[in-house]
Design a protein around this ligand. Sequence first.
Ligand code: BGC
Length: 731
Amino acid sequence: MLSDQKEPAKADRVNALIAEMSLGEKVGQMVQVSSDDGTLTDTLRDNIRGGRIGSVLNQVNPDVVAEMQRIARDESRLGIPLLIGRDVIHGFNTVLPIPLGQAASWNRELVQKGARYSAMEAASRGVNWTFAPMLDVSRDPRWGRIAESLGEDPYLASELGAAMVRGFQTDDLTQADSILSCAKHFAGYGATESGRDYNSANIPDTELHNTYFPPFQAALAAGVQSVMTSFSDVNGEPPTASVWLLRKILREKWGFPGFVVSDWGSINELVSHGVAENDCEAAQLAVNAGVNMDMVSNVYASYLQDLVEQGIIDEAWIDEMVAQILGVKFKLGLFEASLDTVDSRLPTENHLNMARQLALESVVLLKNDQDLLPLDIESSQTIAVIGPLADDGYEQMGTWVFDGDAELSQTVLDALKDSHGNSTTVRHVRALDTTRSYDAREFDHARTAARESDVVLLVLGEESILSGEAHCRSDIRLPGAQEALIEAIVECGKPIVLVIMAGRPLVLDAIVDKVDAILFAWHPGSMGGPAIVDLLFGDAVPSGKLPITFPRAVGQIPIFYSHRNTGRPPSKDTVTHVDDIEARASQTSIGNQSFHLDVDPSPQYCFGYGLSYTEFEYSELTLQPLRVKAGSQVEIDVCVTNTGSREGEEIVQLYTRDPVASLARPIRELKDFCRIKLAPGERRHIHFSLPTDILAFFDRDGRKRLEPGRFQLWVGGSSEADLIADFELVG
Ligand code: BGC
C-alpha cells in the first residue's frame, strides 16, 4: 500500500490501480526496454498493449513516442502511460559543456538553467525522464566517465547536482516540459579501481558516508524521484543487489519516495559479478534489494511472475515496488498528459546564448605569462590557428550526446572569422587529422603558418570518443603527436596560446612551460567557439575554476585537495628527488615523508584554481561568534578587492578543517562558495553563514558526529587560499 501524506489522493489512485492489476501487469510496470531506431515494431506495440512494459528508453521520434503513449493509454487494459527515458547528460540538441566543464563554472543558477533548457528540448520529443545528473564523485581522471561527473568534491557536486535536478524537474513535475530526473549511479562508481570502467570499488564505509553519498542526499533534498544503481561492485557487493544500500540507506535512512532503476543490464550482470548463480537468482536478488525497474536485462520479465507464484517473492513486495513506480507516473501527471503528437521545437536563440554563457564560464585560464591574453588586436593582426580541434564541430560536443546537433556547433575557427575576420588574417592548418594521429606530414605547413603570424593559437586535446563510458586511458597526456606538434611550433619563436578541449584533466607537465597561455575548455559544446573567442580577445574575462585537481603525473593519482594529513606529511623544503640520492645511500626512516621520489608532491593545478585577466585580493576575514554553539551558525565576513584594471568575476571559496577529531579529517573541505562580479578597484564585503551542522562527519557506523573543538577556516580563490581564521565549536 502506498501512503503519501503530502498527496493522499494520488496514493489512493495508485492503490486502486494496483488492486485492479494482474501479477503480469504489475511485473510489466517493472520492465524497461530499449527502442532506438525511430520505429515502432509489432512486438513492442503488442507488449505495450498487453501491459508488459512500463518504460521505453532511447526512443526520441516524437511521432513514435506519441503513438506508444496512445496505445498504452487507450489500448492497454488499465491505460497506464509509459516513462520514456533518455540520457540528457549535457544538453539535448543544443549541447552544453560536459558536466565536468559545467562544474568549473561553479554557477548554480546557470547550471540549473542549462538543465531547464535541455529538459524543454527533450520534452519536445516526448522524453519524460532523463538519466541525469551523474553524481559520482571521482578522483581519477583516467576514468572516462569523469567527463560526466561534477568533479572531485562532494559539496560542489551536491550543489550543482541539486541545481540540475531542479532544472529538469522544476517544482511542478506535471508541467509539459518538466522531466523526471535520475540520480546516478548509486553508489561509489566513481571510485572504480585504477580508473578502469566497471572495475571494482573498495570504499570504506566512512568514505561512502562522507564523500560518495552527500550528492545523492542533496539530489533527494532537491526532489529527485528516481535513482539508478551502479555497475561496479562496492566492497564486493554490486549495488543492484545491495539491501544495505537500497533499503537500509536509501529508503529507511533517507526516506526516498521514488523508484530505483538498474543500470543497463546490471541485473543479469549479477551473474558475472559472481553473486548470482543464474538470471533467475539475479532477478530475485535485485527485486529483494529494492530495484523497482529492470533496464533491458529482461530478467524481471522472464522470472518475476514465476518467483511470486512459487512463493519465493511475496506479491505484497511486488505491490510496493510497483506502487513506487506508479506514484512517480502520477506525480509526473502522465495519466492526464495530452496525447497529441508532441511538437518538436528547434532550439531557440535563447538556448544557444545560454550554452555560450555556460561554455564561457566553464573555461579555466591555467596560465597567462606576460599577460599574453587577452590578445591585443593591434599586435595580433595575423593569427595561425593550428590543431585538430580548431574547426571540428562534432568533437567539441564531447561524450554521450546522442541528440546533439553538430550542425549547431560553432567552432573556434568559425567564431574567429565571424567576429574578427575583417580585422585579422587567419591562417588555419589542422596539422593532425585526429588528436590521436601520429602523421606529422602537415607539421611543415603548421610551422610556416606560425612563422608568418604574430601569434599562434593551438587548439588541441582529446576527441570526444576518448572519454565517456568505457573510454578510460592509462596515459592522460595529450594523445598522438600533439606534444610533438607543440615542440614544432615552439621552434618558430612566436607567442603561443594553447586551447585544450578534453573530457578529463590531462597531464600537462611536459608542455606547460613551452606555451605562453593555456585555456582549458573541456569539451565546451555547441557554442564553444564563440565563448573561447570572446575570452581570447577580452570580450569576456575567464572566471572558471577547476572542479578537479590536475596531477603532474599519472603516478600521483588519486590526488585531490581534501586528503588527510598522514602522520608524515611532505614539507616543501625536504622533498628529495630521485637524482639527488647518492649511490648506496643508507636506508633509514628518519626524516621520511609521504612523497614520490620522482615528482613534486603538489598537483600541477589545485582544485578551485583558475586565473582571470584581473586580480583579486582577500582581506579582513572576520568570524562571529568565535565560540559557536552546536546548532547555531558562524557568520563570516571577508573583503574582496579587484586590484586589476579590468572588470572580472571571482568565485569566492570557503574551506574549513577540523584539525583534531576522533577520525582524521581532510586537511580542507569546501563548505560554501559564491560568484561575484567586481569593477576595477572595487572592494566588496562578502558574507557567508555557516551552519554548524555542515561541520559534522560520519563515523564508521554511519553515525553523524559533530565534535566540539577548534576549527580552521579559509576564504579565497582556490583550495590553497591562505587567509585563515579560527573558531571554536562548543557543545
Ligand atoms: C550507463 C547509464 C545510462 C544507461 C542508459 C548505461 O550504459 O551506465 O549511465 O544512463 O546506459 O543509456
